[in-house]
Design a protein around this ligand. Structure first.
Ligand code: NDP
Length: 285
């Protein structure tokens, strides 16, 4: 099976618009088997983009992913992230080497700067370009970059090779629609929506309590989580990476890839979850 909705990266590569996140996975021994099964089932269903980071569980997540995809690496579009204090030179090289080792692979499909730190962007871009020409990463991008950061990045020599910006985006957090999202569309840089299910906690409960969300879900014979995912990837420039260590949830998430929301349903959701009419600070976790 595959996810019918796809997005195109600036380098022309097409990838599914739904993938899998892995934060907090690999930390609990008793969940390990279940988490690996969930990731593998996701890949089987077409959720082939897997997002991890050196930061997650101090490498535990990458290790789990490595184990899960050991016999299907080539079917996976593998994304990892490096910390801002490792964003150049020997530190970057070492971060990548350690990530590759944990992931049991010799290349990443996409390598992201996790968030902006103090190292000049130009330096990071040059070093990422070097890793790209060495073949150890196929492409690179950024995460938690607002419009001003993106502008600065695009002004760097080689900065226009950025292939994605990964930021928080879900029905209950639409601030980026005011400027960042249109900026990315205009510059043909895909958005990777993290926490597309609002992670957990009070905000998620507020989103899920919406009667409108429930009504739209009922029309599609779906659940509210699936509508949140279908909504987040509605523009053909966004890829969402829900995390799940539960096979049943993964199967539901994959089905969200074929839900098409109508204009009137999108308008209903706009009334329940009002889009921004002014600049909002970038939401982060
Ligand atoms: P999500 O919004 O993906 O929510 C994850 C939670 O939703 C888990 O508790 C999961 O539980 C539950 N869940 C998943 N699917 C379903 C379903 N169908 N029905 C009910 N519950 C469901 O949160 P995350 O913060 O994990 O975001 C996703 C990914 O984005 C991360 O894992 C990470 O890879 C990335 N990320 C990146 C950040 C960055 O700074 N770049 C920051 C935060 C996240 P269960 O496992 O039981 O299914």
């Amino acid at each position: 099976m595959s996810i019918s909705r796809t997005i195109q990266l600036p380098d022309g590569t097409e990838i599914p618009a739904l993938g899998q996140g892995t934060w907090w996975m690999g930390d609990e021994a008793h969940l390990r088997h279940q988490e690996i099964e969930a990731l593998r089932r996701g890949v089987e269903l077409g959720l082939t983009v897997i997002d991890t980071a050196e930061m997650y569980g101090d490498g535990n997540s990458e290790q789990l992913v490595g184990e899960a995809i050991a016999d299907c690496r080539e079917s996976v579009f593998l994304v990892s992230k490096f910390l801002p204090n490792h964003a150049s030179g020997a530190e970057l090289q070492q971060s990548l080497e350690q990530s590759l080792q944990r992931l049991q692979t010799d290349y990443l499909d996409l390598y992201l700067l996790h968030w902006r730190g103090n190292i000049p962007l130009q330096q990071t871009v040059l070093d990422l370009e070097q890793l790209r020409s060495d073949g150890v990463i196929k492409r690179w991008g950024v995460s938690n970059f607002d419009v001003c950061d993106m502008k600065e990045l695009l002004a760097c020599d080689g900065g226009d090779n950025c292939q994605a910006n990964q930021v928080l985006y879900h029905l209950g957090s639409r601030g980026i629609e005011f400027d960042l999202k249109p900026f990315l569309v205009a510059n043909q840089i895909p958005l990777m929506a993290y926490s597309p299910l609002a992670q957990a906690g009070r905000l998620r409960e507020e989103v899920l309590a919406s009667d409108t969300l429930r009504q739209v879900a009922d029309v599609h014979d779906a659940d509210p989580f699936q509508i949140m995912l279908a909504w987040s990837i509605r523009d053909h420039n966004t890829l969402a990476i829900p995390k799940s260590g539960n096979v049943v949830h993964v199967e539901r998430n994959a089905k969200a890839g074929s839900i098409e929301l109508s204009e009137s349903q999108l308008q209903m959701l706009d009334q329940a979850f009002i889009p921004p009419n002014h600049k909002m600070p970038l939401d982060i976790i």
